[in-house]
Structure formats: structure tokens, C-alpha cells
Design a protein around this ligand. Structure first.
Ligand code: ADP
Ligand code: ZN
Ligand code: ZN
Length: 702
């Protein structure tokens, strides 16, 4: 047809294949005018897909034959301009297509629903009237809490609530939400947590305070129908509080007035695949755009947030955030004491030093609980043949296969490749193959043996348990295992960082990190920051039940077994001195021009061979120089391509190139100009179909 169809021309955001180069928006016609933000179903190729109307366009040029919108999901109010601006910003900032971000931000089930199905779902009775908040009497706030609350009420923010573990940060969030809801009958709040499954207590506390119908959850552990239901409740305003993980930052919350990002330092706020967005950073942007106050909370803030909240001084106007400090624990509970075991003075190959074992025994005999941390699951990280030096290397990755004793397998933690443990060395036939190094499975086994004679106060034998990704694979397993710790059934809990975060275990009085040294000397400049916060958080688990601890004359302890007791981090841990640690790290970062004093992005290429992946990045770099992209060599530095630390995973070679800039807008400007060149390169014959690439803006691991 060459004549333009009657009706309206609209641009629609749809999910096109990644980097397809199809542009961000596709054009359709519609018989009726459609407001921006309207959800529609449109034909795309031979499929019909969900889309979001982005804007109305003038009529298409003569001779262009547009396809028609197939259906309008008019049971759902159009997504508002705030939401669309957020999506637009995230797409530009993280170098993704608008359609990808828009569709990622919507509940998956919306994609499959026809308007009639949706209408039926929307007709289902809504739950009964809201339960009133605060049936329970409120505790009196401590002076520090009251100061934080008052500042948050009076100032625009954003705020960094820097409060020790157990200082009552959650209570401050609850009060701020409560005040906001009371002041404005339609206001909504967004409360984000790193991993909701690990902190069911938080959800319980919000429900107890505000009633089950005011609070909805949004996280990936929910079924698609549950997610749709929560999303709709937030979108139509019936949910006053949205409690979720990083994905919740994209929820449609039209009356958003307050955003809380709890444990803001946590790496899980950064999505590590696809669109690599930071939900914490987007929360700050969203709060400003939508007029919502933002509270970032942590006992160990990210160095970015710490620096952004620095006070003003004579020659520095200060950071953008307002820092609120709550150093004291509620109930005067003392912070745990640090105990350091110098492993240079222990017999070789000691895993549990004698003083640590004695301390464990003493605690168990008193009916207290202990937690042992090791960030390596499995029994041993590698099997080795002493005769021919064979190692259990993964054939598909540049990594070892980990020995798992429970099911006698060797498993690659990168690609999942699994084989049965060989009876003899595959290299030389020697029967003498031995595990090297320790994993959580082995610690659990050894502890059970070492503590076999220890009795609990009731005379029953000690119970050692383990929680890590292996023990919690089955649905409900984590909850069941956590319940055992809470009920006191477990005396000594061994696990990975999974157990260090957020749990309010009342009777844990001792936490031990048995091999923390790796992170002291890691090539990743963020490793010390991560270890410090992990240990402070873990230590925060110890001794939370202040009354109990006081009545026993006991005290929470954090134990470190280290070959480097003189390391600066050990001293900072001993003083619980996050501030000293942060200032020292910031000085190092400033000297080395690292974030937060510089801005980074990575462009990564994956291919079957190093040559192809490197070739792509070299060509990308050449193109940037030949085209004279803005800022290059001046504000933007492009480093040579290097293989990733784990260079090959599942037979894919991975190479990356670091970009650094002293100026965020300059980096953004450069990336935006570079994107079309990368797309064009990808379609050249020497790369087409052979290379996958991605851009990671503000990467957490480089
Ligand atoms: P955080 O989030 O900083 O770790 P929480 O808000 O969970 O701290 O508070 C720690 C404990 O102290 C919780 O059991 C909480 O119920 C209690 N708590 C908090 N504020 C007060 C207060 N003002 N008075 C009494 N108990 C409080
Ligand atoms: Zn051998
Ligand atoms: Zn592998």
C-alpha cells in the first residue's frame, strides 16, 4: 500500500534483540490516539510483543506502510513521565536500548497477557481494608536515632545513614516511612534490600508496622503472578510501601516520596549481566527527579557514598549527601572484641588454631552459638597428583574443578561442568591424588571431628551445620536451615558470606574468619573494602542480644586467623574503626586516581579465540582514535585490551578494555559517540557472529 493509513502514528519501545542496531523505538499506527506510557501489543516480525507507547509522531512520510498496534492494555493506566524518564536515563547511562530497559522494568507476565486476560485479573476482588499501622506501641528513639529522624524530616537529602550494626537504622527507616505516610495519604515509599530471602525479618517488621496490605514485595524469588500483582498494586497506588531487591528501583510508583537503600554498600545492587545498572545509583537519580527523599544506610558504606557525604571544609564545598552518624548500639551492647591469631606461630597446615578451638568449645558449653566464615564452597578447591602434577582443571575454563566430597564430584564453579572423582590420576594412573586447600564442606567435617567430645549445657553433643550455595539449592532449604540456627538447634554454623549478611541471630557470640588473607593482597582494588565490610557485618552478628550477653558476663568476639596480623585492616577492625579504614583507602584511591576520584567503564569482548576478541577491541580502540571521539586522550583514557582474570569460561575467551575519566559527563559523552562505531564493527565480516560485546559503566570488578 502506498497511501498512508488514516489514524495516529506512534513510537513504541519494544524489546529488540540486544545490539540489533534497530534503534530504540519502532513506529506503528493506531486508530485511536494513545498517550505516552500506554501499554500495547504490537507485531514484531512474525510475533506479537508487549510495548510501551513512547511518543506520538507526525504522520509517516508518503509511501511508508506502518503496521498497526494489535491491542491496547487499557486496563492499566499509562506509565507516567517520571517512569519514562527513569527508563530513558538508565538506557542512555548504561548504554542499552530504551526498549530493553523498558521491558526489563515491567513484570514478565505482562508480556504474555492479552487485554481480556488482564481485565479478568484486574477484576479479581482487591484485598480487604488496610490494616492500621502501629497496633504495637512504638519504642522511644535513642538520641542518635532521634537526631537522624529529625534531620531526615527537615533536610532534602540524599542522606547517608552511617550506623553501626544494631544501632537501630531499621527503626529509623520505619519512622521516616510512617511520618511520610501520615503526612500524605497517597504517598508511597520504596525500600530496597540486597537479597530479600536473606532478610525475611525486615519484611516481617514492615508488615507488623504497616499491615500486610500496604506492603508489597518485588524480587526475583517470586512467581510471575505474584510479581504482577505487586507491580500493579504499586502502579495503581494501593501499595504504600514497595519492599524489594535491585529490580524494584524500576517499579512504577507514581506517588514515590521516600526511597531507602539498606546496606547500600552491597554489591548485589549492581546487576552483573545484561543491562549492568546500579540500583543504588539509580535510586539517587530517581529520588531527585521524582522529588523523593533518599536514605542510603550502612554500617560500612561504599567508599563512593562515604566520599559523597564528606563534610564541607575551607577548600571543599563538601559532598552531595548529608551524613548522619549513629555510632552506638541500642541497649549499649558492646561491639565485638577482635581476637587475632598469628598463623605464623601455629603448626604448619593448621586450619583451626588451638585458641580458636578452645573458644568454640567454651561458647558451645555455655549454650552460645558460633559462626565460621570461609568464602569458598566445596571440600577443596583442587585435586592434585603428587607424582605427575596433574590438577583437576576444568577442560572448558581457565579454572580448577572443585572437589565436592558429599557426592564425590569435581565441579567447575564457572561453567558447571561436573565429572565423578577419578579413582586414580587421569595423568599417570597413580592412586595418590589428594585435595589441596579447604572449602566449607571440609571445615564442617573437620569441626565435627575436632569438637566431637564437646557437650551442650543439656549434655547433648555439639551440632555443626553448614549453609552455602550447595546446601541451599533446594527450594525452602535456606529458610529451613536458618530456622535451625534461630531455634538454637545449631551450635556452630559454617558458611560462606551468605551467612554474614543481615541475619539477626540472637545467640551468636563468636564469629571467626579462618582464612581472610587472600583479600589483603588481591589485584582487585575493591577487595579490601569488601572484606572489611564483610567482617564488620559478620562481627555485627556477634553479640546482638545485649541483655543475654551482659547476664552471662560474655562478650561478642570476632576472630581472625591471619599470617599478616600487622596489616592495616586488622588494626582498623580492632578499633571498629570504619572511618580510619575508609580514610586510608580513600587516600590510596586518590593517589592512584581510582574511583571515586575517577570514573570507569569496561568494554568486554567474548569470542572463541583470544585473537578474535582482542582483534575486536583493538579495532574498537582504533576506530575511536581515527574518528577523533570527544575527550579521548584528554579527559578519557583508553587502556589496552587484557584477558579477564579467569580468561576462559565455557570455552569462551574473554577480554576487556578499561576506560577511565576524571569527569563523568565526558565519559558518558565518549561512550555515546563510541556505541555506533562498536555496532558497525560488530557487523564487519571478521567479527560478525564471532564476537559478543558489552559495556559496563561504573563496573564493580575490573
Ligand atoms: P540496625 O538496622 O541498625 O542493625 P535495628 O533497627 O535492627 O538495627 O535495631 C537493632 C535492635 O534494636 C532491633 O531488635 C530493634 O528492634 C531494637 N531497637 C531499635 N531501636 C530501638 C529503640 N529506640 N529502643 C529499643 N530497641 C530498639
Ligand atoms: Zn598423576
Ligand atoms: Zn568450567
Amino acid at each position: 500500500m502506498s497511501t498512508a493509513e488514516p489514524g495516529h502514528t506512534i513510537a513504541v519501545a519494544v524489546q529488540t534483540p540486544a545490539h540489533s542496531g534497530m534503534g530504540d523505538l519502532l513506529t506503528y499506527r493506531s486508530a485511536q490516539p494513545l498517550a505516552p506510557g500506554t501499554l500495547v501489543r504490537v507485531p514484531l516480525g512474525r510475533r506479537e510483543v508487549l510495548g510501551v507507547v513512547w511518543e506520538a509522531l507526525a504522520a509517516p512520510p508518503e509511501g511508508v506502510d506502518l503496521r498497526a498496534v494489535a491491542a491496547v492494555l487499557d486496563g492499566i493506566a499509562p506509565l507516567d513521565a517520571h517512569w519514562r524518564r527513569l527508563v530513558n536515563f538508565a538506557a542512555r547511562y548504561y548504554q542499552r536500548s530504551l526498549g530493553e530497559i523498558a521491558l526489563m522494568a515491567l513484570p514478565p507476565q505482562l508480556r504474555d497477557l492479552q487485554p481480556e486476560q488482564l481485565a479478568r485479573r484486574l477484576r479479581r476482588p482487591a484485598p480487604t481494608a488496610q490494616t492500621d499501622a502501629a497496633a504495637v506501641p512504638l519504642v522511644a528513639l535513642s538520641a542518635e536515632q532521634e537526631n537522624a529522624r529529625a534531620q531526615i524530616a527537615a533536610q532534602p537529602g540524599p542522606f547517608l545513614l552511617f550506623g553501626s550494626t544494631g544501632s537501630g537504622k531499621t527503626e529509623v527507616y520505619l519512622r521516616c516511612v510512617q511520618a511520610m505516610l501520615a503526612a500524605d495519604p497517597s504517598a508511597q515509599a520504596l525500600v530496597m534490600v540486597p537479597e530479600i530471602n536473606l532478610t525475611p525479618q525486615l519484611e516481617e517488621r514492615f508488615i507488623a508496622r504497616f499491615g500486610a496490605t500496604s506492603v508489597v514485595a518485588l524480587h526475583s524469588g517470586m512467581t510471575n503472578p505474584q510479581r504482577l500483582k505487586s507491580w500493579l498494586a504499586a502502579h495503581n497506588g494501593s501499595a504504600r510501601i514497595v519492599l524489594g531487591t535491585r529490580m524494584a528501583v524500576f517499579a512504577s510508583i507514581p506517588q514515590l516520596r521516600l526511597i531507602v537503600v539498606d546496606e547500600e554498600h552491597d554489591a548485589s545492587y549492581k546487576q552483573q549481566e545484561g543491562a549492568r545498572y546500579s540500583a543504588r545509583d539509580l535510586a539517587i537519580w530517581r529520588g531527585r527527579e521524582q522529588g523523593a527523599k533518599v536514605i542510603l544506610g550502612s554500617a560500612t558504606p561504599s567508599l563512593e557514598s562515604w566520599y559523597a557525604s564528606r563534610p564541607a571544609s575551607a577548600d571543599d564545598p563538601g559532598g552531595r549527601y548529608l551524613r548522619l552518624h549513629m555510632p552506638s548500639r541500642i541497649g549499649e551492647g558492646a561491639l565485638p572484641r577482635l581476637r587475632v591469631v598469628n598463623m605464623n606461630h601455629q603448626p604448619r597446615r593448621t586450619v583451626f588454631s588451638a585458641p580458636l578451638l578452645a573458644a568454640l568449645q567454651e561458647r558451645v558449653e555455655r549454650g552460645e552459638q558460633c559462626m565460621i566464615l570461609l568464602n569458598r564452597r566445596g571440600y577443596a578447591p583442587v585435586l592434585h597428583c603428587a607424582d605427575c602434577d596433574w590438577k583437576s582443571d576444568c577442560p572448558h575454563c581457565s579454572a580448577h574443578q572443585v572437589f565436592h566430597k558429599a557426592d564425590r564430584t569435581l565441579r567447575c564453579h564457572h561453567c558447571g561442568f561436573t565429572v565423578r572423582v577419578p579413582r586414580a590420576c587421569p595423568g599417570c594412573g597413580s592412586p595418590d591424588i589428594t585435595p589441596i586447600g579447604k572449602g566449607t564442606e571440609q571445615l564442617e567435617e573437620q569441626l565435627a571431628t575436632l569438637l566431637a567430645d564437646v557437650r551442650r549445657p543439656d549434655g547433648s553433643p555439639v551440632r555443626v551445620a553448614r549453609i552455602d550455595a550447595d546446601t541451599t539449592r533446594a527450594k525452602g532449604a535456606l529458610e529451613a536451615q536458618l530456622a535451625q540456627v534461630h531455634s538454637g538447634e545449631t551450635d556452630v554454623l559454617v558458611g560462606t558470606q551468605m551467612i554474614a549478611k543481615g541475619h539477626d541471630f540472637r545467640r551468636i557470640t563468636l564469629v571467626a574468619a579462618v582464612q581472610p588473607d587472600g583479600a589483603f593482597f588481591s589485584s582487585d582494588f575493591r577487595a579490601p573494602e569488601r572484606l572489611f565490610s564483610l567482617l564488620m557485618q559478620a562481627g555485627g552478628r556477634a553479640g546482638r542480644d545485649a541483655q543475654y550477653i551482659a547476664s552471662q558476663g560474655s562478650r561478642g568476639e570476632l576472630w581472625l586467623q591471619t599470617f599478616h596480623p600487622e596489616h592495616g585492616m586488622v588494626a582498623a577492625l580492632r578499633q571498629h574503626d570504619y572511618i580510619a579504614f575508609a580514610e586510608q583507602q580513600l587516600q590510596e584511591r586518590r593517589d592512584a586516581a581510582m574511583p571515586p576520584f575517577a570514573f570507569q567503564a569496561l568494554v568486554r569482548a567474548d569470542a572463541r579465540t583470544q585473537e578474535v576478541a582482542q582483534g575486536f577491541l583493538l579495532a574498537a580502540s582504533d576506530a575511536a582514535y581515527t574518528q577523533g571521539l570527544p575527550g579521548l586522550g584528554d579527559h578519557v583514557t583508553l587502556y589496552p585490551p587484557v584477558p579477564l582474570v579467569i580468561q576462559r569460561v565455557a570455552n569462551v575467551e574473554r577480554v576487556q578494555m578499561l576506560l577511565e575519566s576524571d569527569n563523568r559527563p565526558a565519559l558518558q559523552h565518549f561512550l555515546a559517540a563510541w556505541q555506533p562505531l562498536l555496532l558497525a564493527l560488530r557487523n564487519q565480516p571478521e567479527h560478525k557472529g564471532l564476537v559478543r560485546w558489552l559495556v559496563d559503566v561504573d563496573p564493580l570488578a575490573i
